[in-house]
Design a protein around this ligand. Structure first.
Ligand code: DAT
Ligand code: MG
Length: 139
């Protein structure tokens, strides 16, 4: 059985707040292995592909604008059940109620913006992970 991979993004709020190292530490301290990493400025075309499941929702345009508002860090992390494991480290989408101890629960809060700003993205399934890793890192 080959080891699972997930795509993690440190979003522009995380980079602006100098939390890249904190996020990397949490991934590595959990025991997952980072096998690719790139700081980049995402463009609209890339983000519309990445977030295609959310096209048409009221927060879609604010989400794309937010994700273009500064550099992001794209990371591939590997390990058994890393997809589920990183989602657990990240906490639920809404940082107000994300459990203390999680990245979102410890480091983010409601900023009163149209889109939730919550520091990190993590793939939610093996299909999403494969699709998203290809978008950010190619085949
Ligand atoms: P997650 O990032 O936890 O997988 P998602 O895929 O449902 O959440 O949504 C992508 C991002 O969009 C999420 O991290 C924050 C933002 N978002 C989601 N639902 C939202 C909502 N109802 N209002 C505002 N922003 C939202
Ligand atoms: Mg998602």
């Amino acid at each position: 059985m080959s080891t699972e991979k997930t795509l993690i993004l440190v979003k522009p709020d995380g980079v602006r707040r100098q939390l890249v190292g904190e996020v990397i530490s949490r991934i590595e301290n959990k025991g997952y292995v980072i096998t690719a990493m790139q700081m980049m400025q995402a463009d609209r075309a890339l983000l519309e592909r990445h977030y295609t499941e959310h096209q048409g929702k009221p927060f879609f345009e604010p989400l794309v604008e937010f994700m273009m508002s500064g550099p992001i860090v794209a990371i591939v992390a590997e390990g058994n059940r890393v997809i589920e494991g990183f989602r657990s480290l990240a906490g639920v989408t809404d940082p107000t109620v994300a459990a203390p101890g999680t990245i979102r629960g410890d480091l983010a809060r409601d900023q009163g913006t149209k889109v939730v700003q919550n520091i990190v993205h993590g793939s939610d399934s093996q299909e999403s992970a494969a699709r998203e890793i290809e978008i950010f890192f190619g085949k």
